[in-house]
Ligand binder design. Structure first.
Ligand code: HEM
Length: 364
């Protein structure tokens, strides 16, 4: 079918789209703005999502619109995110203390587990503080659905992105060095990096973009067309399943120079963003069904990664004696590492109390 890969997975037509123009047509083009807004169900998805129920898979309609409005206006808008900052900070310090304990005794840490625990705590505590006071049925419904959203989508994606980013930094000592120097220069060595520092850390931001390009934690966006439409001159019937190959798109040599190379500098001085406007880079999707947790996800990833490299140096492996991190990918609807990232942290700066003051090795 020319520019598309198309096949029949009876009884449905399935399209794989990985060209920028097609993605743009389907995800954003106003003509089709409401044509690709459902998500498919199949046994694989059901397996990974405990039945594929809930808001993420909700058919486009009144329920989805209602839930999306609630999620954005009540939990994920800028004002709420700001008021719930102390929760995120608290959980971050809890993680750093766990890492600090391991550093003290030279013990290794399995990072995926610790990061998922942290992002899970962040999201569940934010939800609890927002909705625990309500007693009526509506409050209960909303609590259930939002908890499912957090557990299925938010925690995994943010934790995995942080884990991939740290893996890349460990494998690229020069990039790690440049990132730590930026943090030392902007934040200093006497306090912990905070979310408010992120706008002043462009290299850290470029590292996160580069990680999302090479390791998008939702590698394949899946939608179903709700009505007949035309894409790239082809008639696409309603109920066609569409896979947007975000992973392939991020590695396409027609979009990126030396696409397999991890090189955050490619973003320096460029206005290329991840918020669904630049079709070269779509780790959060685009259009009406794009990720509503983008700001929360980016806050968590930047702050966690930034403080992990501000406070620790990282030795790879259980004994800390491996020379590099393997980058094999696992399977799932999110994109995990095939093998967990196990490292021995070594303290650079030492937390001295939960109010997060730090002292350097030389000032101890
Ligand atoms: C690095 C972190 C994250 C990444 C890479 C990510 C990525 C994505 C992607 C690619 C989609 C599908 C978008 C589409 O179909 O166009 C999505 C949907 C979604 N994400 Fe995220 N996400 C992240 C964090 C979060 C967080 C923190 C939350 C909330 C707590 C969240 C909640 C959701 C929800 C509710 C949907 C479904 C939206 C709908 O169907 O209307 N995500 N995410």
């Amino acid at each position: 079918m020319g520019q598309f890969s198309a096949s029949f997975w009876a009884p449905h037509l399935v399209l794989l789209l990985d060209q920028q123009k097609q993605l743009k047509n389907c995800l954003k083009h106003t003509t089709y703005n409401d044509a690709f807004l459902d998500r498919p169900h199949n046994s694989t998805l059901d397996y990974f999502t405990y039945g594929g129920s809930g808001f993420f898979f909700a058919p486009y309609g009144a329920y989805w619109k209602f839930m999306r409005k609630i999620v954005i206006s009540e939990l994920l808008n800028g004002k709420t995110l700001e008021s719930l900052l102390p929760i995120r900070r608290d959980e971050m310090i809890r993680l750093l203390k766990v890492l600090s304990q391991s550093a003290k005794v030279g013990k290794s840490v399995e990072l995926e587990g610790e990061l998922i625990k942290m992002t899970n705590n962040v999201i569940s505590r934010m939800l609890m503080s927002k909705w625990c006071s309500g007693e009526d049925d509506k409050a209960e419904d909303i609590r259930e659905i939002i908890t499912e959203i957090g557990e299925l989508i938010g925690t995994d994606t943010s934790a995995l992105t942080t884990e991939w980013a740290l893996s890349e930094l460990i494998n690229h000592p020069n990039i790690m060095k440049k990132a730590v120097e930026e943090i030392d220069h902007v934040v200093g060595k006497n306090r912990l990096l905070q979310e408010s520092d992120i706008p002043n850390l462009p290299y850290l931001q470029a590292i996160v973009k580069e990680t999302l390009r090479l390791h998008p934690t939702v590698p394949m966006i899946q939608r179903i067309s709700t009505k007949d439409c035309i894409v790239g001159g082809y008639d696409i019937p309603a109920k066609t399943t569409i896979f947007f190959n975000v992973w392939g798109h991020g590695r396409d040599p027609t979009n990126w120079e030396n696409p397999l190379e991890f090189r955050p500098e490619r973003f320096e001085g460029r206005k290329l963003d991840v918020r669904g406007q630049d079709f070269q880079l779509l780790p959060f999707g685009s259009g009406s069904r794009m990720c509503p947790g983008i700001s929360l996800g980016l806050h968590v990833v930047h702050a966690t990664l930034g403080s992990m490299i501000q406070c620790f140096e990282w030795k790879v492996g259980k004994e800390g004696n491996l020379t590099s991190v393997d980058m094999e990918e696992g399977i799932g609807i999110t994109l995990p590492r095939a093998n967990p990232l196990v490292c021995v942290p070594m303290a650079r700066l030492h937390p001295i109390h939960p109010g997060c003051q730090f002292m350097t090795r030389s000032s101890r």
